[in-house]
Write a protein that binds this ligand. Sequence first.
Ligand code: NAD
Ligand code: TYD
Length: 336
Amino acid sequence: MRRVMLTGGAGFIGSNLVKLILKEHPDIHVVNYDLLTYAGNLVSLSDVEDNPQYSFVRGDVSDLQTVKKAMEGCWAVLHLAAESHVDRSILDAGPFLNTNVIGTQVMLDAARFHKVERFVQISTDEVYGSLKPDDPAFTEQNRLKPNSPYSASKAAADLLVRAYEKTYGMHAVITRCSNNYGPYQFPEKLIPLLINNAMKDKPIPVYGDGQQVRDWLYVEDHCRAIITIMEKGVSGEIYNIGGNCEVVNLELVKMLLAELGKPESLITFVKDRPAHDRRYAMNIDKITRELGWKPEHTLSHALPKTVKWYLDSEEWVGSVLSGEYKEYYKKQYGDR
Ligand code: NAD
Ligand code: TYD
């Protein structure tokens, strides 16, 4: 049995990844290491909590002793835990530096101590900054030009991973993925926030002119890419992951409202996010050519499936939205 430590397993991508590994890799034991912040919810994993292939440790990635203990005997580390929401990083960058930067340094130190054979750093397209309409999609050679405290903290973490691989000769790879959608995403991000608001006939806040472009990937495709990279990724390499699916925000919002049978009059243009990245697009030739991964889901099929999941999962949405969410929502959208 190979032991894999997965940080952030109670979050959106992490919980989908835990379930996929348990379903398709009977030779892997998953140690889910998660602090259970506002974004981490064990209710997302209630169907696997008794699985003998699965264990959970509550802890902070910046706490070396607890991390070291949980990592004992692990063959691989999939490091997903992060503060992940750009808007929160603009309100307060502190937790982003602690979790995303110091947390990654601590994870790397522990992995080095235990001589872990695979370290996979889950990063983001946002580290590359923003593209103009006619720019070619980001390749792994693009310079890092982060524009938000979130993306700057992820870029810093990527550089630490690179430095540890070079300095200590430890195994480490970096994945950079575009925007994910699918089940179990916390309703502060565009798609679940929109569904949640629309079902209550509440306004849908669209930032600025809504002409920003994102490249959308179904979360299961991202999870399969991470597993492929854990198994076959070459140490020291960076792999871009994306959906080949650029969509203008306002178009996506309209698509979702149509799917929900709600009127476009719910759309409310609000003050733009500061330093809002205009466009992301990923060139995924490298991972396709070298590791044989490509996205399997299309937006036209997986977006309606995602909407249905949220409509069928009212209880999940209710259980993850604590009083903290109401406070955040007021701070974030109150004066815009
Ligand atoms: P999320 O916010 O849904 O989940 C983050 C998880 O990390 C939560 O379970 C939370 O409890 C945990 N966590 C936070 N701080 C912690 C700490 N100090 N110690 C231990 N656990 C802690 O995030 P997500 O959307 O699932 O993203 C996961 C990873 O993927 C992140 O590293 C993010 O940067 C990256 N990523 C996300 C996307 C996306 O579209 N969501 C795209 C590309 C990359
Ligand atoms: P988000 O889901 O926060 O992901 P990211 O900022 O990491 O791309 O936002 C996706 C896009 O939607 C982004 O361009 C910001 C925009 N957006 C809105 O227009 N309104 C909202 O209420 C939110 C949360 C996002």
